[in-house]
Design a binder for this molecule. Sequence first.
Ligand SMILES: [Zn+2]
Length: 81
Amino acid sequence: MTFLDGSDLLAAVPVAPGGQADLSLDRAFPSSQTCSACGHRDGPKPLDVRAWTCPNRDTRNDRDWNAGRNILYEGRRTLAA
Ligand SMILES: [Zn+2]
């Protein structure tokens, strides 16, 4: 499994050379309860649940890593719109 840190996520957001991405996501965006592999929404989880397994694809999601991927994807989607 590969882990991304914040700089990896920012570097992966498509921005024109010399440009900046200015975007914000809705606070209700379910970044930690959506499987970043298949999009399955698994529902809210207490903060002490640090990892969960997606029932659809049997993917083990680290809470923060999964949320980071979902935020990246949503950022890309927002910028492409
Ligand atoms: Zn899944």
